[in-house]
Design a protein around this ligand. Sequence first.
Ligand code: C2E
Ligand code: CA
Ligand code: CA
Length: 277
Amino acid sequence: MVVTGRWWAGRRRRPDHVIDLELAEIIAAIGDGELVPHYQPLVSFQSGRLLGVEALARWDRPGAGRLSPGAFVPCLEEGRRMTDLTSWMIDRACADLDRWRRLFRLPVGFRVAVNVSATELVDRRLLRLVGEALQRYRLAADGLCLELTETAAVEDLATAAEVVRELRALGTRFALDDFGTGSARRDVLDQLPFDMVKIDRSYAASLASADSLAFISEVVALAEERRLEVVAEGIETPEQFAALRSLGCRQGQGFGLGRPAPADVVLAPWMPAPAGI
Ligand code: C2E
Ligand code: CA
Ligand code: CA
């Protein structure tokens, strides 16, 4: 299906940052190699070391500069073509992981996270895509983590749970993204087998609020009970880092720890210098 109509048609208000794009153009751009993954470091609070990276899509659109996912992901969602992006991102993430492991001595347990949309969880194509990409680059499945966003769209929890269980049986890890916002449903956390929960960045930005502190403590306690890893997102300042660490978070991401960057530069600052330099 190629949807050529303007994707915001029928919406009450077109967000300012959204550029006039058509679905067919985005899909062509994926095929033409105009998209590029950037990677943001995931850091251990205890050791300050790199634990992995998250892949974030960017579109270098000729004549328009670099576009963030907010400018094209909603269009793919609406046109039900998210898998075009996901399959490309999984392939690129696995290719980059393969290249990094040849170039660097990666930390034990290093993983690359790729965002997947909830609508894809009821689609068994995701299993095939992951299996094929791991095989193509001869990677172990525990090097890959899938981050589930917009869980409001998980309509069929039973099928989603089956797909997640099969992915985890391969060894792939599974994270619930943006927890604490309207886009991450609590019942989804209760019913799907996650390895990790990521506390939305709005909480790091509102640490002066008693409600935020209470929520973060609650998530940390719940995660301990269920043996889930907790990641605090959106860490920009040393004060946020210290506060989130004292609340029991052990891993974090944010501009203050490392900004998203292209594959060829993101890891170098975290890696020991090669012998002889
Ligand atoms: P996300 O998965 O929650 O990714 C984190 C977003 O927060 C990224 O925005 C990142 O640049 C931004 N960020 C990270 N640290 C900080 C910080 O300290 N402060 C602030 N203010 N922002 C920070 P980005 O790259 O624009 O991505 C936005 C969202 O688009 C992502 O949110 C994710 O939900 C979605 N997305 C990105 N790439 C993909 C993709 O390949 N597939 C899918 N399905 N969604 C994607
Ligand atoms: Ca994410
Ligand atoms: Ca997030």
